[in-house]
Structures are given as C-alpha cells and as structure tokens.
Design a protein around this ligand. Structure first.
Ligand code: FNR
Length: 185
C-alpha cells in the first residue's frame, strides 16, 4: 500500500502547539505511507463569488490540488471559543466548493485536538467532526485524540519531550492507519 496522508494544523501562529504536534506526526508515518503537511497559511477567505471559475484565487487552486493529492487527512486543531479557529473552518469551506466538486469527499479523516487547558479542545474537535459528517469524510471514532495541557509537554526548543505524549500520538496514528487500511481495502 502506497498512500499519502495530509496533515492540516488549524493555526497560523508561529509558535503554534498544533503546528508542533503536526510536525511530530510527520515522523510517525509507517511503512507504505507518507505524511505531508498541507498548509492553510496562504488561503484567501472563501467567498462564494469565487466559485465562478474566472475569479478563483490561486491559493484555492493550490490547496484543492493538495487535498486531491492525498488519500486521507489528519486534522490537528486548537480550540477558539469552543470551536475551530476561523482559518481552519475557512480551509474546510474552500475545499468543499464549488458545489458538487468537494475535494474532501470520501477521504478518511482523524481529528486530533489540543489546548493549553484541561479541556483539550473538545469543543473544536466535535465541531470539526460535525463538518466532516456533512463532507462525507469517514472519521476515526476511536481512539478520540485529545491533548490537554499541551504547553507543558513542549521544551524550550519547541520539541515535544514528554514521552507519554509521543507514545499517545504514536498509538493514535497507528490506530488511524489500521482503520484506514480496513476502510480503503
Ligand atoms: C483561545 N484559546 C482557547 N483555549 C481553549 O482551550 N478553549 C477555547 O475556547 C479557547 N478560545 C480561544 C480563543 C482565541 C481567539 C484565542 C486566541 C485563544 C487558547 C488557545 O487554546 C491557545 O492560544 C492555543 O495555544 C492556540 O493554539 P496554537 O496556536 O498553539 O496551535
């Protein structure tokens, strides 16, 4: 099996914990899989007028093409006001249109949420899942992946040093890959 999984971090912040978790996942791709970060940093804000092909921004073309090129997607999201950051929702919306041409359709997904607080981005995790249902992205049910107190797991250099967190993430990635193989077989 030669498959590519896209990893999308839902934050633009330079020192984003979500981006650090996403980068750590890159090293966890098992044999037969490659993981790649798909950036949402340069995306224009979605406007339905852009569905007119003459006006589609270059950033949409690049992003949609990147999603088309992967077989599955792992979302690593922080939580803003008990939901996903607007930049991530924008990326979801950009990929979903024009109507009938969603690039998300059928791609197996997983949602990993994190927060410096104890609630670990639960609200964002489940808001995102709601969108993924509508987008027809089968999404890993178990294990759910919640990273609480993420700021305490990262060292000065920005690496995740807490072995329990690394092991937890590795277990979640392995579960995703096992489940992915079952549903794409
Ligand atoms: C937050 N933060 C936050 N945290 C949380 O656990 N639940 C929440 O609802 C919110 N809401 C929220 C709104 C806004 C506008 C900001 C800027 C922040 C804190 C947030 O978890 C924290 O800033 C993370 O570090 C953001 O993720 P990244 O950028 O580190 O990936």
């Amino acid at each position: 099996m030669n498959k590519t999984i896209g990893i999308i971090a839902g934050s633009l912040r330079k020192e984003s914990f979500s981006k650090k978790v996403a980068n750590l996942l890159l090293e966890m791709a098992p044999k037969g899989f490659s993981f790649k970060i798909i950036s949402i940093a340069d995306l224009d804000m979605y406007n339905q007028d852009f569905d007119d092909h003459d006006r589609v921004p270059e950033s949409f073309i690049v992003f949609r093409s990147a999603i088309r090129g992967v077989d599955g997607v792992i979302f690593v999201t922080p939580e803003y006001n008990r939901s996903v950051p607007a930049v991530l929702k924008n990326a979801v919306d950009v990929g979903s249109r024009p109507y009938g041409k969603s690039v998300w359709d059928g791609k197996p997904a997983a949602v990993f949420s994190n927060a410096p607080g104890n609630l670990s981005g639960f609200g964002a995790n489940h808001h995102l899942r709601q969108s993924l249902v509508f987008l027809n992205m089968p999404t890993m049910q178990q294990p759910e992946v919640y990273l609480a107190n993420i700021h305490q797991c990262i060292d000065q250099a920005g690496n995740i040093t807490d072995k329990r967190v690394v092991d937890y993430l590795k277990g979640a990635v392995d579960a995703y890959i096992t489940w992915f193989k079952e549903i794409v077989a």
